[in-house]
Design a protein around this ligand. Sequence first.
Ligand code: ADP
Length: 882
Amino acid sequence: MRSYDQPLQSTVLRYGAAIAIALLAVVLRGALVPWLGPQIPFITMFAAVALSVWLAGTGPAILTTLLTAIGAQWLFLDIGTLSSGTRSALVAQASYLFACGLIVLFGAAVRRRGARAARAEREGRYSEQQLQSVIDALPLLISYVGSDRRYRFNNRTYEVWFGRRRDELRGQHMRDVIGQAAYDTALPYVERALQGETVRFESDVTFPSGPRHVGVTCVPHRVDEQVAGFFALIEDIGERRRAEHARAHLAAIVESSDDAILSKTLDGRIVSWNAGAEQLFGWRAEEIVGQPILTIIPPKLHAEENDIIARLSRGERLSHRETERLTRDGRRVPVSLTVSPIRDASGRITGASTIVRDISERKAAEQALRDSEARFRNLADSVPMLIWRADRHNAATWFNRAWLEFTGRAMPQELGAGWIDDVHPEDRVRTLATCGEHTARHEPFDLELRLRRHDGEYRWLFDRGVPTFDGPGGSFSGYLGSCVDITERKLAEQQRAEADRRKDEFIATLAHELRNPLAPILSAVQSMHLQQAPSSDLQNARDIIERQARHMSRLVDDLIDLSRTSRGGIVLKRNVVDLAEAVDLAVEANRPQLERAGHRFELQRPAEPVRVDGDLTRLAQVIGNLLGNAIKYTPRGGHVGLRLQRDGDQAVISVTDDGIGIPARQLDRIFTMFTQGEAPCEGMPGGLGIGLTLARQLTEMHGGRIDAFSDGPGRGSRFVVRLPLARVDTGQTDQGPRKDEPPAASAPLSIVIADDNRDAAASLAIMLELGGHRVAVAHDGAAAVETVARLRPDVALLDIGMPQLDGYQAARRIRSLPGGERVRLIALTGWGQDADRRRSAEAGFDHHCIKPIEFEELQRLLAEPAGTAAADGDEHLGNGGT
Ligand code: ADP
């Protein structure tokens, strides 16, 4: 349908239409002539003009008017109605033109109104569509909610937020769309909007899809003074708020930063300037913003700024570039620059932000470090010590002149791990391991190693490495080491150790050699006991020999023990033992001396056992030694006391006397080997100065300690031994034989004795024969085997060190004889080490006895039923020795 504001567009068309309409009206009027004649000549013309004005507009309608007037003139000229020149014709014509003029005016007015209305309608429709698409495009929720809280309208954003089509939402209750939680939050505001108030609020709201921080505006809509509903605008302002926070944070950081932070345009104008920049450069922001950046750059560095700008323009970032900047008062400050390009929204680089850090202090510290390093190297080069440095990975970084002169190598050869070539091959692994372990723990270390000197000789060095750190509390940076030549000391130590070893060897050999003559003396004396002495003089002489021989035997035992403890050769045979038993053994051993000295002896011990974890024999030896000294160093008729008690978790044994006492200066020295103080009391045999040394060593092997106290010369002494009590009282005690039990007499036996020391063999033979046994004697190993093969004895007592066959070989041969396994083989030897015992057991001996053997002990052994090898019990057979 043609609209009012769209008449025929082209002028030609419009005027063509006007002509056609005029022609049509004239022709139509002509056709009506038979019926109407000249009556109402313009009847069709009026309609034509009206049509023309409506279709083609004012101009064409005037043309139609003129053409129809002319057409009418032409039509009715023949019939005379409108004869030209007649008055009535003129009136008719004029009336027609007037009427047509009115029609044209009216038509034009109607057309204009119609066009305006059409345009208004079109425009209205257009702006509504525009509005709709704008509302849809807005990133807000926009809705209209009726007073029944149901949606009448929702924009498209609802679809995005709630995932539902908006035509589904229309008519829905708010609660069903935004969820109960959000509805509860919104409800008070909704109420207020429905009461006619425009409401605005911000809140955290939980929608079914999750929480959002929103800004909500509700605008009431009134119809006839009544609130019919409200428009709701809901905006997610979480992102905006976060951005605002971030911006505020950033601004606060920039403002509070100690670093100067500034920005500039690409043409080098300062745009922003923080407090740090004011501090560093002395310019206030309002003074410098807008000024050229060159203001703070020293003139000779202006070219550098061009370079920076060029690189920025290419989008590059500069990190920690060290340079200088100029302060307001003309000072040049060393700084570190970090410059980053700033881009606008389209990504175009528009300027740069710069962080300027003042590094004056660091530069000064670096300089100070360089100075101190130079001083250190000067100093280190001038000392005669070998000095080195290594980094945190244990790689050598520097050696002083003395080192390089010592090794005769150049610095590059020594650096890193090069120096290890100078170390003696046997010391390399140990050296590297020590360095590596301590480097891992950042601990100091000491090391002894051999280093090759320039002349090829290896010298012993004492090397001390100390960890270094980057300033106080700083991180580990490596090691500083110094070495001194200790070759002379090492040699002296080696010589001393060698001398010690030889001394120990000598003592061991000496003691062994002394034991050999002692054995027959004691055996001989013991056999004399078995016979009636012819006179009391001889009896006295015999007792003197026995006493002195026993004393000497004890000294020899001590010597052997001492050389063994100093070489770690003593192994304790530990058991839970009652110390009272050890005390008894010690008292018994010293009884004769006590009686001879005429001392008053007081013994105190608790009724209940005092158990310790120890070696009964050794503990008795310690106590016996202290008791012996108390007797020895107390003038005749003095007082000697021995007390055993518990003190907390310790057992305490104190030995007291009122004898010669010990000067304070000697109290500690007396425990040192071969140290002797005052001469012992008259009539008492002296010593070697080893008893206390041995006692202390044995006590310490038991985890205990021994101390000496004295108020000075003439005021007596007190020795106190402390031992840890056994933790668990197992009730198990040392099962060693008790000395006070008389040995059971043995049944007569057939015995072969083999010893190359004829005196020893003879005296032992006499002793055994007096005991009722049948004895045969051999003086070498081969004879021993032969005698045993011949006599098939019950027992063979074999010395180990014999010519021809030694004791071990003889024993093996005897064991291989027919019936040889039945013979009880007893080794008699001066050697009592564990290794010696093992050897004798391996050779087939049943027992291992140490010379000089006590007759009573031998008798106890012979009385044992055949086949009971008492390897451990043998310990008691020697005279308290091993
Ligand atoms: P020895 O008794 O063989 O000399 P010791 O090692 O047993 O060796 O003793 C070392 C020294 O300690 C003795 O020489 C003596 O001077 C001193 N001494 C030991 N016990 C006593 C004591 N009870 N009273 C005084 N002096 C003592």
